[in-house]
Design a binder for this molecule. Structure first.
Ligand code: AMP
Length: 230
């Protein structure tokens, strides 16, 4: 069984790399952010209850998030999975402990200055959710050289896959980005200490290159450190 969490600040690429792992090693991806955005779009009761949190960059209350994840885990029953965006608080981590034992955490690292630039350049397809980025980064921060090429659609503002419009997520606006980074530092980063104390395997990856290169790094570490077949 492979029970993984992908963790990192907003904009570090949790969605991108968990989707790559889903595609390449066949584990099921569970993204609370995606679930919430769909509920908001469909204007369901849950969507209405959580809209203000998601769009302002605050965390959705623990009891709501925990119920959603419990339901998802029950639905996929015992399949190998990767959690993207959950747990984001100690309370959520404790609730998760009661359901499953997490084997490993992929921790994505990226400097804050780079994160802000990257998030501001992010665009997503309104229909299929495919992410793009209009900003290209080539910058050295400390000892790390970040070379993150833009991911532009062939036709400006239009998704290559389904032809729908590209938009900026409401929570990718500069004021909300700042709030999300603060929330990450205050409420989510302590979750790492919680898992370190438990002795869970950490796969630390600096996201300073293109998607293909970073995916290869993650796969090779999963193979070496966790004996996962890749
Ligand atoms: P993400 O796509 O993972 O960045 O999530 C987008 C937004 O959904 C977050 O900024 C929160 O408002 C909400 N959200 C997603 N996952 C959680 C979680 N585990 N706990 C609380 N709020 C969450």
């Amino acid at each position: 069984m492979t029970e993984l969490i992908i963790f990192g600040p907003p904009g570090s690429g949790k969605g991108t790399y968990s989707k790559e792992l889903e595609r390449l090693i066949g584990i099921k991806r569970i993204s609370t952010g995606d679930i919430f955005r769909k509920e908001i779009e469909k204007n369901t009761k849950l969507g209405q209850a959580i809209k203000k949190y998601v769009e302002s960059g605050a965390l959705v209350p623990d009891d709501i998030v925990i119920k959603v994840v419990e339901k998802e885990l029950k639905r996929i029953r015992k399949k190998n999975f990767i959690l993207d965006g959950f747990p984001r608080t100690i309370e959520q981590a404790k609730a998760l402990d009661k359901i499953v034992k997490i084997k490993g955490i992929i921790l994505l690292r990226m400097d804050e200055r780079i994160l802000i630039k990257k998030l501001a350049g992010r665009r997503v397809c309104i229909n299929c959710g495919k992410p793009y980025n209009v900003v290209s980064i080539d910058e050295v921060v400390g000892k790390v050289h970040y070379v993150l090429p833009a991911i532009k659609p062939k036709k400006r503002g239009i998704c290559d896959v389904c032809g729908s419009k590209l938009i900026q997520r409401k929570d990718d606006k500069p004021s909300v980005i700042k709030k999300r980074l603060e929330v990450y530092k205050k409420q989510s980063r302590p979750v790492l200490r919680y898992y370190r104390k438990k002795g869970v395997t950490f796969i630390n990856v600096t996201v300073n290159r293109d998607i293909e290169t970073v995916t290869k790094r993650i796969l090779s570490l999963l193979k070496r450190r966790m004996k996962i077949k890749v």
